[in-house]
Ligand binder design. Structure first.
Ligand SMILES: Nc1ccn([C@@H]2O[C@H](COP(=O)(O)OP(=O)(O)OP(=O)(O)O)[C@@H](O)[C@H]2O)c(=O)n1
Ligand SMILES: C[C@](O)(CO)[C@H](O)COP(=O)(O)O
Length: 223
């Protein structure tokens, strides 16, 4: 098994949540989102190297939060960047070789089985991402208010962890930032590398709006 690391990106402001406290620090069922995310990877592999990317403005706050919650899982802090892309890049600066996962700090419900599925596939493929089907019908906007139906059987919704050979991801992240880089797979693909899809999970939600916090409470309670 190759050396394994995870970069947990939590350098964002959480503007869509509309809360003064960035969403990664908000408790779900009594525990901050970010602690749940870190625990998910520690329970997958207690030896995994964990790099946590945090905004400079909240690094002291995070240390206090860890003390208050008696949170002792070892991790190294990296500096948050202007966008997710820049935060990942800062985290990558602290990784040497092996296989690396990039995880949104605000996806706290990734199961051990799914994390394992992603890492195991990455032993064979250069770039691996978890995806799920769309249960809604989908439309593409064509011109102003005009639209057309999309064949949803061809669509997959993309999640994290996104897992890569470290040397390939580092090389990909040497490129200039583009707005179309909404995840890590898009950066690697721009370098001409194929991305391998594995099964994601409907409960692996990204906490984005206040409704997601309520859904998160239900997921924790197993309802
Ligand atoms: N400069 C940034 C922006 C985002 N992220 C992280 O990337 C993940 C996914 O981003 P998103 O859900 O968009 O988080 P925010 O940018 O915080 O949210 P918003 O867009 O609502 O402001 C989050 O864990 C977020 O903290 C990051 O590390 N650095
Ligand atoms: C990386 C991601 O979670 C995959 O679905 C997503 O692209 C992040 O998007 P956001 O706009 O930064 O929330």
């Amino acid at each position: 098994m190759s050396n394994r690391s995870v970069i947990i990106v939590a350098g964002g402001k959480g503007l869509r949540m509309g809360s003064d406290l960035p969403k990664q620090f908000i408790p779900v069922s009594g525990k901050p989102v970010l602690m749940r995310t870190i625990e998910a990877f520690h329970s997958y592999d207690s030896n995994i190297d964990i790099i946590l990317v945090l905004p400079y403005s909240h690094q002291v706050y995070w240390k206090e939060l860890c003390a208050n919650y008696h949170f002792g899982i070892p991790h190294t802090i990296a500096m948050g960047g202007e966008t997710r892309f820049h935060s990942v890049k800062n985290g990558l600066g602290l990784i040497n070789g092996g296989i690396v996962a990039i995880q949104d700090g605000v996806r706290p419900f990734a199961s051990k089985e799914m994390i394992e599925r992603c890492f195991d596939a990455a032993e064979r493929y250069h770039a691996v991402i978890p995806v799920i089907d769309s249960t809604d019908s989908l439309r593409e906007m064509t011109d102003g208010t005009k639209s057309r139906i999309i064949d949803r059987s061809k669509i997959r919704l993309v999640q994290t962890p996104q897992v890569f050979h470290t040397d390939i991801l580092k090389k990909a992240y040497e490129t200039e930032f583009k707005d179309t880089f909404t995840d890590d797979a898009s950066v690697v693909e721009a370098m001409g590398i194929d991305v391998h899809l594995v099964k994601g999970e409907v409960t692996n939600i990204k906490i984005t709006t206040p409704l997601d916090l309520k859904i998160g409470e239900l997921i924790v309670r197993g309802e």
